[in-house]
Design a protein. Structure first.
Length: 318
């Protein structure tokens, strides 16, 4: 909001003072107010293009409803005197940060927002509002800066049709110590020590007896069929939570899960890779509004997530 009306009133008062009361004081008022206006506008015109704005990068992952901080840095480029600077940020709601560039060559200001949903949460610098000393002129300078924060899927209970793992590992299969997952171009087994949450179906009892401790197989690369979950490209963030919940159920029952979203996929079969799957989902970009679109499903799709987290279709699994 500018103060042009106030200065018009001041000049009118000075003119009345000049005519009816005192010429010297009246002229002094006019020169003073006029000088303020000229100096303020001159400084503003010289400074309005002599600064830069940088939105700091965000790293790591966060949880839903966690407070996320970001930083904006403004720097002078030559002579610049800007007493009023308002930085406008879009983080799914409008954020306005106010500062000035008068005595400092650079200034950093911090803001924050809460992660509203799973998947990518974007922070956009949209524009910067500038105003002169006298409050006569206000302009908006557009900027296009963006950063993003990966937000982990919420741990929710899966509420959909019951789904069974496509293929469970064969407990009778023999595995030799020291054989890698890919040996001579053929799938084999790799082992690690049992951890809480591992499916008992993965325990290699022969190797466990030899080592005197429970050992489990890593089956991601053994060629077993996976239960394939497909998240539609226009799906809303709750699909991320629901798909992760189903993936966790299937993996804890000894299955292998592949999730596909926007032509990219991730396969998980152990608690460790389930956590990596969760981080992968945190950086997926989901839609911000429910749209109906034609989607071609991969032929091996077992479960489809669409809309606000609904299971739109379930293909019977083996």
């Amino acid at each position: 909001m500018t103060h042009i009306g106030s200065y018009v009133q001041i000049m009118f008062f000075a003119a009345l003072f000049l005519i009816f009361i005192s010429g010297d004081i009246g002229w002094a008022l006019i020169y003073t107010v006029g000088g303020i206006i000229v100096i303020s506008l001159a400084l503003f015109l010289l400074s309005k293009n002599r600064f830069s704005v940088k939105l700091g990068e965000l790293s790591g992952v966060a949880s839903v409803n966690e407070k996320i901080e970001f930083e904006v840095t403004l720097k002078k480029k030559g002579f610049c005197v800007l007493p009023y600077v308002e930085v406008c940020i879009d983080a799914e709601h409008d954020i306005h940060l106010r500062t000035s560039l008068v005595f400092r060559n650079s200034v950093s200001i911090k803001g924050s927002f809460r992660a509203n949903h799973s998947g990518l949460n974007r922070v956009k610098l949209t524009n910067v509002i500038l105003r002169d000393f006298a409050g006569l002129v206000q302009i908006s300078v557009p900027f296009e800066e963006e950063t993003q924060k990966g937000v982990l899927p919420k741990k929710v209970d899966y509420k959909g049709p019951e789904v069974f793992p496509s293929v469970l590992p064969d407990d009778s299969g023999e595995a030799e110590e020291g054989v890698s997952v890919m040996h001579g171009g053929l799938p084999g087994y790799e082992h690690r020590e049992y951890a809480a949450g591992d499916s008992l179906r993965r325990v290699d009892y022969k190797l466990s007896a030899k080592k005197q401790k429970l050992m489990v197989r890593l089956d991601e690369s053994t060629g077993y069929s996976s239960t394939n979950l497909f998240i539609e490209p226009n799906a809303l963030p709750p699909c991320c939570d629901n798909a992760f919940a189903l993936a966790g159920n299937l993996i804890m029952r000894g299955g292998t899960v592949k999730i596909t979203h926007k032509d990219e996929s991730f396969t998980a079969a152990t608690p460790e890779t389930l956590q990596k799957l969760r981080e992968w989902l945190a950086f997926r970009e989901f839609s911000d509004k429910n749209e109906i679109a034609e989607v071609t499903l991969p032929e091996d799709t077992n479960v489809v997530f669409s809309g606000n987290g609904e299971v739109r279709a379930v293909v019977p699994t083996a």
